[in-house]
Design a binder for this molecule. Structure first.
Ligand code: PDD
Length: 287
């Protein structure tokens, strides 16, 4: 069976699935989304993702498209239809379809789209060599805590990274402090072994991988500081890494062309990646 997508109440062949030209997501980027990782058929941290979806919707005053139980049923049905065991589920909710007008439309129904994508495990090369990041000014708005589909600065930043032969761009605020990557959270390990990541304010998206990894770090008893760090501090750090639903925990070995630490993936980074993978695997037993 060809891959399917869920669009406003119907399962359709992914290739043909479409929304209306006056969907406000299309015209105004007036919508939000979630990317939920799927590992061995399990939706990782599903409720945390749905909590964040609820929060994004309520911050933008968009109604819930349906109950949480219904969202979960559709997620599972789409995964079943697509035979998805490893990859991710994409969920997007917009304010709905209405004649173009900036004001909130009266009576529009939130529009819901879900898709799935298979993903291969991260390559051995990435794990052995680490990733390169560049830094650039953070050009986004003051509500980066909302997971909005309005992602132009992120798109431009990721392309700038790619153009420079790097995987990710770390965005930097006006004070010279790193906020986050264009689609990942940013972390360093200091010379004295402290794990540092920026505190969750409106300046970053509070990643679900970030939340779960913070819990594991506390449980394992590693030193932790939730605070902003500068580009200079990152360049002088012992280790650096990034987190996201599609990356889990991946080592960074170069920032703006300068090696981080000894230029090899960090030892603590490797441990944290393993703790996170063990956590994801443990979900299978409790699901
Ligand atoms: N990106 N910061 C930004 C700006 C993001 O877009 C993401 C996620 C993250 C990490 O969040 P999480 O751990 O919940 O995935 C941080 C998704 C994967 C994307 O846009 O594809």
């Amino acid at each position: 069976m060809p891959r399917q997508a869920y669009v406003n109440g119907r399962y359709q062949p992914h290739k043909e699935a479409a929304v209306h030209i006056e969907d406000r997501g299309y015209q105004f980027a007036d919508g939000v989304y979630e990317v939920v990782p799927v590992h061995d058929g399990i939706l990782v941290d599903e409720d945390l993702h749905l909590d964040r979806l609820d929060r994004s919707l309520s911050e933008l005053r968009i109604g819930a498209p349906m109950s949480r139980a219904s969202l979960k049923l559709i997620s599972r049905e789409l995964m079943r239809r697509n035979g998805l065991s490893n990859g991710f589920l994409y969920m997007q909710v917009t304010r709905g379809v209405a004649p173009r007008d900036h004001k909130f439309p009266k009576g529009a129904k939130p529009a819901l789209v879900m898709t799935t994508r298979q993903m291969k495990p991260h390559s051995e090369k990435v794990l052995a060599e680490g990733l390169k990041v560049i830094t650039l000014p953070d050009q986004r708005w003051d509500r980066c805590d909302i997971k909005s589909v309005s992602l132009l600065p992120n798109v431009l930043g990721k392309q700038a990274a790619d153009d420079a032969g790097a995987y990710e761009a770390w965005q930097v605020d006006k004070k010279g402090m790193v906020t986050e990557g264009t689609s990942t959270n940013a972390w360093i390990v200091t010379g004295d072994g402290k794990v540092v990541t920026r505190e969750a304010t409106n300046a970053i998206l509070n990643g679900i991988t970030r939340i779960s990894l913070l819990e594991l770090i506390r449980k394992e008893g590693y030193d932790l500081e939730e605070r902003a760090f500068s580009v200079e501090e990152a360049k002088g750090a012992r280790e650096a890494f990034l987190t996201s639903s599609t990356s889990f925990v991946l080592p960074i070995t170069q920032i703006d062309g300068q090696p981080v630490g000894n230029g090899h993936p960090g030892i603590l980074t490797g441990k944290l990646r393993q703790h996170y993978i063990d956590y994801v695997k443990s979900l299978r037993k409790t699901a």
